[in-house]
Design a protein around this ligand. Structure first.
Ligand SMILES: *Cc1c(COP(=O)(O)O)cnc(C)c1O
Length: 442
């Protein structure tokens, strides 16, 4: 494993001279459309620390957006990828298949919810996998329409831009978008009326879908069981199960986009397990392969096998290095007890953040599951979103050596996604820094 000292350390002002130099080269060579959260360039990372090119060490509360769940350069992942890179790097599974792809599919069949025959197909990115899940559902049902939700994020390709809710920065000026995508109201406990429980919220969504789309035209309902970019919104209990029930009564494929919430992130292997919900198709990506590009669609054999031979695939989908990494990630999650670790991380965060909320009425809501926790920031004593505060707190944290990300339709949510290899000491120190920033900004 890359050896990186597990402590926060500021060697220079942030950004330091070497990062400043590299940022000037970035501006000269990389499209300005590709923006960065942090003003520093990475040199090494492991455990709970990212070290930059000037020797500054940051506490990592972002995991490269929920990807390095097992930690950066996790030992089993490094060993597995090294062995694979020496054996072969690529044959294309559609040309000369290899066993690693099958092993990943076998693990996915075992780990995803549902006690039925399953199949998987592997891809390169979350967006590509979501697109393929929709293709599969359309082929299986012979129907076209797709329902997604307010605040949803499903990716940046043409179809998934249409499925994503937020205009700026994901969609603005990039249309026209793919057709037959319809948006339904989400269950958003913090902003819904107080008597709006999960079942009522599901009824609100379903009646809108029945009136505006019609189940006879609907191939799939696609939902993030805990919304990611949209603000870590956890729907009220009963919302997801009522949707699945309606889907099954109406020949509609229920697709869980677990790209961000899957693979131990929420304190279960998949977030739908918190509610005992069994999707027809599950989409995985981010946390699945420790940073190597891999994504998957897994689900009921009769749906997955509805596609004609050759209908699914791609040059790199299920690349052997990414498959080797995924097998090592799964072994790490299971042998190191990382599902339980995510539950411990939840307790550390919620305890501290609830205390912060009690002292600071700009913390409107504290929510999330496992190591996927967020605070929604509002103007004092109101529920009016305060994106400027979220931005200022994040920037101050970055300057003090803590990586935190923002999200939310209104940009007013701070989200925490630490690697599960982080120590409690680093977690507590990261939270200390944040709580102090809130105190100073009052
Ligand atoms: C990140 C994300 C995607 C898109 O994944 P990419 O690998 O960036 O294409 C899709 N859905 C959800 C829920 C995500 O968080």
């Amino acid at each position: 494993m890359t050896s990186v000292e597990q402590s926060r350390h500021l060697a220079t002002a942030i950004p330091g001279p070497r990062s400043t130099e590299l940022m000037a080269r970035k501006v000269a060579t990389v499209s300005s459309g590709v923006a960065t959260t942090m003003p520093v360039f990475a040199a090494r990372a492991a455990g709970g620390i990212v070290e930059d090119v000037d020797g500054n060490r940051f506490i990592d509360l972002g995991s490269g957006i929920a990807v390095t769940t097992v930690g950066n350069s996790a030992p089993r992942v490094v060993a597995a990828v090294q062995a694979q890179v020496e054996a072969f790097t690529h044959t294309c599974f559609m040309v000369t298949p290899y066993e690693g792809y099958l092993e990943v599919a076998e693990h996915l069949a075992r780990l995803t919810p549902g006690d039925f025959e399953k199949r998987s197909a592997l891809f390169n990115s979350g967006s590509e996998a979501v697109e393929n899940a929709v293709k599969i559902a359309r082929k299986h049902t012979g129907k076209d329409a797709v329902v997604v939700f307010d605040h949803a994020y499903h990716g940046r390709t043409n179809l998934t831009m249409a499925m994503t809710a937020k205009n700026m920065p994901y969609k603005d000026g990039f249309g026209p978008f793919a057709g037959e995508v319809y948006r339904a109201p989400m269950s958003y406990p913090y902003r819904d009326a107080k008597d709006m429980d999960g079942e009522l919220a599901a009824r609100r969504a379903i009646s809108q879908v029945e009136a505006q789309v019609g189940a006879q035209n609907l191939a799939a309902v696609v939902i993030e069981p805990v919304q990611g970019e949209g603000g870590f919104i956890v729907p009220a209990d009963g919302f997801l199960s009522a949707l699945v029930e309606w889907c099954h009564a109406n020949d509609v494929v229920f697709i869980a986009d677990e790209v961000q919430s899957g693979f131990a992130r929420t304190g279960r292997m998949f977030a739908v397990e918190h509610e005992g919900v069994v999707p027809d198709l599950v989409v995985s990506a981010k946390g699945i392969a420790g940073g190597l590009p891999l994504a998957a669609v897994t689900g009921r054999a009769e749906i997955m096998d509805a596609v004609h031979p050759g209908g699914l695939g791609g040059t790199y989908g299920g690349n052997p290095l990414a498959c080797a990494a995924a097998i090592a990630v799964i072994e790490t999650i299971e042998q190191d007890g990382l599902v339980e670790r995510a539950q411990q991380v939840e307790r550390v965060f919620l305890d501290r953040l609830h205390r912060l909320q009690a002292d600071d009425d700009r913390v409107g809501d504290v929510r999330g599951r496992g190591a996927m926790i967020a605070v929604e920031l509002v103007r004092s004593g109101t529920d009016e979103p305060d994106p400027a505060l979220a931005k200022a707190v994040a920037a101050a944290a970055h300057a003090q050596g803590v990586i935190v990300l923002t999200c939310g339709t209104y940009g007013n949510v701070l989200r925490f996604l630490p690697p599960l290899s982080i120590s409690d000491d680093l977690l507590t120190e990261g939270l200390d820094v944040l709580v102090a920033i809130f105190g100073e900004s009052r």
